[in-house]
Design a protein around this ligand. Structure first.
Ligand code: GDP
Ligand code: IMO
Ligand code: MG
Length: 425
């Protein structure tokens, strides 16, 4: 069984929680894109795990893989391993495998991300982790891969070609080019390369092999559908493909091997960083939802922008990913919000749209058209079946199903592992 799981919105949909939930029955959990821009939270009992590069199956102690489509800051990864160790989770090479071809995020990538974000008037609001610049180097074939990092001779040979280019760009951007040849930083990278040598695997081979032997593999997406570098709200996106099909190409496994595609969506919507969010709630009501949902970035701690559930974007997410299962998360956070709105269409000039326009600048001009539903005050803690939910809650879920012509299968009503309702119809 091969399950691919992606975020159906702008990230932070609660993927970590659902990956943890599904990990119980998985043999392997594989991250296939993104880097430490991701922040996936798993709450087990009173413990909260915030994961950035390590797949969220770690708490169940399953085999974990980082695929070649990931961009990895090795110092950050080592730090993440050390903090997990303090929490009693020992992530050694028996547990974690990293593909040899995984791109390395170098210090100059982070510096370029910072300099360009600060310089641009029209900002993207990146996490400043160097993600876009590492992916750019992969595509332009100027990357350093994990396999290059563990071989000093090969590393310096590649570096001699890359370094002058990076120095030139950093200088042009008004930064200090010395960062490119900083001896201490390079030594630290080479050191951690030695440490990671034991973790190196061929992820495509391992995943195909596991599937051939009837094992269960779960591919964990990072970010969300509308942050996809091609299909998202360009240019306010991340730099990888975040939609389900990307799991196939980034991991190196045929698309016909995918059995289920899980889409994770909040019962409302959030976005961190710049870019269009048609159903954004401004003012006090937006602040109230942020406080109720504790909507602050897992990676950067920035306040997340909050909005009503956007059924128009959701229709597109269904097309882009071909979801076969939907998990609706954070339904509990809507308690006490008063009447609730669900966006069913947009108005663009004098046209009514059921589906988002292709161009981001048109999307920015769209005005949401809402259906208003009764809200609830009940905190939903303790419900374990759909039929037990108060009628207003069932009506809210049914409305999302009705406008998207899709069934919701899992409903999350709290951050903890057991706060999840399986809906059987
Ligand atoms: P991810 O990036 O998609 O994994 O999501 P994040 O971990 O960045 O953000 C989701 C946040 O919501 C985390 O703090 C989770 O612990 C929390 N969370 C997940 N599901 C629920 C839920 O159903 N209810 C509540 N109240 N919190 C949830
Ligand atoms: P998870 O996996 C939410 C956003 C950034 C910015 C844009 C580009 O936790 O859902 P980048 O640093 O990737 O170049 O920034 O993408 N972004 C995320 N937003 N959740 C994430 O990950 C994100 N990863 C990147 O805020 O708007
Ligand atoms: Mg997150």
């Amino acid at each position: 069984m091969f399950i691919v799981l992606t975020g159906a919105q702008f990230g932070d949909e609660g993927k970590g929680k659902i990956v943890d939930f599904l990990s119980k029955d998985a043999d392997i959990i594989v991250r296939f894109q993104g880097g430490d821009n991701a922040g996936h939270t798993v709450a087990v009992g009173d413990d909260i795990f915030k994961l950035h590069l390590i797949p969220s199956g770690v708490i169940y102690g399953k085999r974990l893989l980082i695929g070649p489509g990931v961009v990895m800051n090795p110092l950050f990864l080592k730090g993440e391993m050390e903090s997990l160790k303090e929490e009693g989770l020992n992530v050694g090479p028996k547990m974690l495998g990293i593909d040899a071809k995984t791109s390395i995020i170098m210090p100059y990538h982070i510096e370029m991300d910072r300099l360009i974000e600060e310089r641009n008037k029209d900002k993207i609001g990146t996490t400043k982790r160097g993600i876009g610049f590492a992916y750019a180097d992969k595509i332009s074939r100027n990357e350093v891969r994990l396999i290059d990092l563990i071989d000093e001779e090969r590393f310096f040979k590649i570096y001699e070609d890359i370094a002058p280019l990076k120095e030139g760009v950093i200088e042009l951007l008004g930064g200090d080019p010395a960062i490119v040849r900083d001896r201490e930083k390079i030594a630290a990278y080479l050191d951690v390369g030695k440490f990671l040598k034991e973790f190196i695997v061929d992820v495509s081979y391992d995943v195909n092999n596991a599937l051939n032997r009837g094992k269960n593999v779960l591919a964990e997406g990072a970010q969300g559908t509308f942050l996809d570098v091609i299909h998202g709200t360009q240019r306010w996106v991340t730099s990888s493909n975040t939609i389900a099909g990307a799991a196939s190409s980034y991991i190196g496994v045929g698309p016909k091997r995918i059995d289920e595609v899980y889409g994770i969506t909040k019962a409302y919507i959030t976005r961190v960083g710049e870019g269009p969010l048609p159903t954004e709630i401004n003012g006090r009501l937006g602040d109230k939802l942020r406080e109720r949902g504790k909507e602050y970035g897992t990676t950067t701690n920035r306040p997340r922008r909050c909005g009503w559930f956007d059924g128009v974007l959701f229709r597109k997410a269904l097309n882009l990913n071909g979801y076969t299962k939907i998990a609706l998360t954070k339904l509990d956070s809507l308690a006490g919000m008063g009447p609730l709105k669900i966006c069913t269409s947009y108005k663009l000039d004098d046209k009514i749209l059921e589906y988002p326009p292709d161009d981001t600048y048109d999307l920015m001009r769209c005005k949401p058209i809402y259906e208003e539903l009764d809200g609830w005050d009940d905190d939903l803690d303790g419900y374990s079946t759909f039929d037990d939910f108060p009628k207003v809650v069932r009506d809210y879920i049914r409305k999302i199903e009705e406008i998207s012509k899709t069934k919701i299968n899992l409903i999350s009503v709290g951050k903890k592992r057991d706060q999840i309702v399986i809906k059987s119809d």
